[in-house]
Ligand binder design. Structure first.
Ligand code: OAD
Length: 241
């Protein structure tokens, strides 16, 4: 593979990850063959209207994913990004993920922005309190205030967390790396274009060419778990010399 883009200590890096980075850990993606949206109707489980209409059904879907999430481990792609952040503390590095799993943090990544929320957290529909809940939850969990809890997840039709700050980070970065995302769900899908317009070099790693392939200056087709360790080795070696 290669050629690779080089970095210096002054390069500001923003990474965006999607379901594809967790695929090799055994977490199903959404839109691939056999993906989550083939088995479930998105509109019945991942919208505010669905929760309003049948919160129990929505909770059953998320409780299943919470349970499944407990048995998965980070893969070499997660570890490569964590290693990068750890070995090069002088480089400005931020990791935005659309994933609701805990694998980036478990691999050791620190500066992580969960723009679509986190499976391990709940939010009260009455008092808005956000809580980390690692225990098993019933299908209609309640807050201590008595309000119904919802998953702390961004559903279709809702605005991702911290969007203004994320746009700003993308605008200010020099290198934008996008890994394992189909490039179909906005606003995340537009970050590549936004970064490129503001002068960033754009790099993509994906099993198949994503929808926004056109806006990638460098594209590596293949498994994130195989490509990212090589990419990170290269970047670490840029600063070693
Ligand atoms: P998708 O399922 O849409 O896309 C996953 C991408 O990862 C595809 O382009 C695959 O080709 C690629 N892929 C699969 N295995 C890979 C591997 N081992 N290495 C590299 N790439 C691989 O998932 P997302 O783009 O993350 O939102 O989906 C975006 C959002 O849509 C999700 O956050 C979720 C979903 O509906 C909400 O639930 C709000």
């Amino acid at each position: 593979m290669g050629p690779f883009v080089n970095i210096t200590r002054r390069t500001k890096i923003v990474v965006l990850t999607g379901a594809g980075i967790s695929a090799e850990s055994g977490v199903p993606t959404f839109r691939d063959k056999g993906g989550i949206w083939e088995k479930y109707d998105l509109m019945s489980v991942a919208t505010p209207q669905a929760f309003e209409g049948d919160p129990q059904l929505v909770w059953r879907f998320y409780n299943e994913r919470r349970k499944q999430g407990k048995s998965v481990q980070p893969n070499p792609a997660h570890y490569a990004l964590a290693r990068f952040e750890r070995l090069l503390p002088e480089v400005d590095f931020a990791l935005i993920t659309q994933n609701v799993d805990h694998l980036h943090r478990e691999a050791g990544s620190k500066n992580v922005y969960h723009m679509h929320g986190e499976l391990s957290k709940t939010r009260c529909t009455r008092c808005e309190r956000v809580e980390e809940r690692l225990d098993e939850l019933p299908d209609l969990p309640r807050c201590s205030c008595g309000g119904l809890l919802r998953p702390h997840i961004v559903w279709f039709g809702e605005i991702p967390f911290g969007t203004d700050k994320l746009y700003q980070m993308v605008e200010e970065c020099d290198l934008f790396l996008v890994v394992g995302t189909s490039g179909l769900v906005h606003p995340a899908a537009g970050f590549v274009i936004h970064g490129k317009r503001h002068g960033a070099v754009t790099v993509g790693v994906n099993l198949t060419p994503p929808e926004n392939r056109l806006y990638l200056d460098y594209f590596y087709e293949g498994k994130a778990g195989e490509i990212l360790p090589k990419l990170v080795n290269h970047w670490v070696s840029c600063l070693d010399s």
